[in-house]
Design a protein around this ligand. Structure first.
Ligand code: C2E
Ligand code: MG
Ligand code: MG
Length: 480
């Protein structure tokens, strides 16, 4: 039986659970049902998603009744300007979808027409209020050859349409208000899916490891510790950067398992390399999501205790993007870590949102200045002024400063000139496997030809507490 699934009068949603009471349009459930039921042999279909920008203003300024009326007019406009065989649905508060035959080119043309028509209606209905519309366009995918037929596969077209809509909205007012899911976007999503697919087995097999990168005292050139950085060289994908796979792990809930594995790997590697025996520190990165999982602080404290490491030799780095608010569970985790004696550092300071507030609200001992600022030293007078100010402020709070991404000797000089305590970067040593770092240390060979051999130094068990507290090996400053 072939039913003309897309023709409007055919098979109207039967029950109210499939219909939006306000506009009378099919709802999201009705739309997804229709997509799943489509006959795959009936030719290509595009799905448009349209979202109003500034709609909340209409509700706030003109009242909810005016908002409702406006949604009803948008629904009528979409009906009026869509092809007869289109299915029009209201899939969210101010979000609509149009499903119709055609390819991406036809979808783009229709999206442009619908958007213009809707914008005209909005201008008329809400004069003086800035309301507009963005549209994303996606195409329902063909059944992959060879795979067992799964009609839900076609829902991917709706996901892609929504992804394109997000890009259109992020472009902001005045920019491209219609986006077609294609090209870069398609490749990025494809890549993400591949990374996601490989990530779980990689974690299970222990294929993701950590390397250590030295952190040195800027004044003396002495090694004070290492930061553990995740590394994944996948047999199918090749090297995947932590920025990429940590983000995927966060979105898929894998970051907790991954984080525990990385913590164990870093601790074991650092023990093996003699880091703690030499009185040096180990810094590990924690994702904001890990901090919100109850028990994270206990896990960390437990590992440290089991290995017999002074808690202060471990530093947990958190990014300032954490977005901590008063009731955030992450705040409790930080307090617990602090109570357990574990060091805390704010990572990438000065990269995204200005977050001076974190410095005085959180129990941190270290602030790491982002490499985007370090590159401006010593050449950029404004950058010098900013970093100089942060260093002074941090020191007045008893917080020590690490400069990230120090790449050459002039840069190191610039960091010293603003009074920063420690530095990290390719100039002092690239991230390397723990076995390599250990061999260098015990063999007494300098790291990267300039950093010191690892020698025990007893003062400064407290990680990064206070300026210039260098823990570890002795060696005069070096110049390259
Ligand atoms: P991060 O914590 O700020 O780490 C420093 C980054 O700077 C590392 O990038 C490091 O390789 C890079 N870097 C070091 N020296 C230089 C230099 O001289 N110049 C430049 N341009 N870059 C330098 P990487 O390894 O790609 O890591 C990126 C980010 O991924 C890290 O930034 C961290 O936020 C995250 N990350 C890495 N490992 C982990 C992990 O085990 N867990 C979590 N949650 N995040 C991690
Ligand atoms: Mg870090
Ligand atoms: Mg950083």
């Amino acid at each position: 039986v072939s039913i003309p699934l897309l023709s409007r009068p055919a098979r109207p949603p039967q029950t109210s659970s499939l219909r939006d009471p306000l506009t009378g349009l099919p709802n999201r459930q009705a739309l997804t049902d229709r997509i799943v039921e489509l006959d795959p042999r009936a030719g290509s279909r595009v799905v448009l998603t349209l979202d109003l920008n500034g709609f909340r203003q209409v509700n706030d300024v003109l009242g909810p009744e005016a908002g409702d009326r406006l949604l009803v007019s948008v629904a009528a406009t979409l009906r009026e300007h869509s092809p007869a065989e289109a299915l029009i649905a209201r899939i969210g508060g101010d979000e609509f979808a149009v499903l119709c035959p055609g390819d991406l080119a036809r979808g783009r043309a229709l999206a442009g027409r619908l958007r213009s028509a809707v914008v005209r209606v909005l201008d008329r209905a809400a004069p003086g209020i800035w309301v507009s519309a963005s549209v994303g366009v996606g195409q329902l995918p063909d059944q992959p050859s060879g795979a067992a037929p799964d009609p839900r596969h076609r829902l991917g077209g709706l996901v892609e349409s929504a992804a394109a809509l997000r890009v259109a909205k992020e472009a902001g007012p005045g920019c491209e208000a219609v986006q077609v899911y294609a090209g870069e976007m398609a490749r990025a999503r494809e890549r993400r899916l591949r990374v996601e697919h490989r990530l779980r087995p990689a974690i299970a097999e222990g294929a993701i490891v950590t390397h250590g990168q030295p952190i040195v005292d800027l004044a003396t050139g002495r090694l004070t510790g290492f930061e553990a950085l995740a590394r994944w060289d996948d047999e199918e994908l090749g090297p995947v950067t932590p920025d990429e796979f940590i983000a995927v792990a966060e979105q898929t809930g894998l970051v907790v398992a991954l984080g525990e594995h990385l913590l164990d790997h870093a601790l074991a590697g650092a023990v093996e390399a003699g880091v703690f025996a030499a009185g040096l520190t180990l810094s590990v990165n924690a994702s904001p999501i890990q901090l919100r999982v109850p028990g994270f602080a206990a896990t960390v404290a437990d590992r440290v205790a089991r290995l017999g490491i002074p808690a202060g030799r471990l530093v947990v780095e958190i990014t300032e993007a954490v977005g901590l608010t008063g009731t955030d569970a992450a705040l409790h985790t930080l307090a617990d870590l602090h109570a357990a004696g574990v060091g805390l550092a704010i990572d990438d300071f000065g990269s995204g949102y200005s977050a001076l507030g974190y410095l005085h609200r959180l129990p941190v001992q270290v602030v790491k200045i982002d490499k985007s600022l370090t590159v401006g030293l010593p050449g950029e007078p404004r950058t010098v002024a900013v970093v100089d100010g942060v260093v002074r402020m941090a020191h007045r709070m008893g917080v020590s400063v690490v400069m990230e991404g120090v790449e050459d000797e002039p840069g190191a000089g610039g960091c010293r000139a603003v009074g920063a305590d420690r530095g990290q970067g390719n100039h002092f040593g690239r991230p390397a496997p723990w076995a390599e770092l250990g061999a260098r240390g015990s063999g007494g060979q300098p790291i990267q030809g300039e950093a010191p051999a690892v020698v025990v130094d007893d003062h400064g068990a407290q990680a990064g507490a206070g300026r210039g507290s260098s823990i570890g090996a002795q060696r005069p400053p070096s110049s390259s």
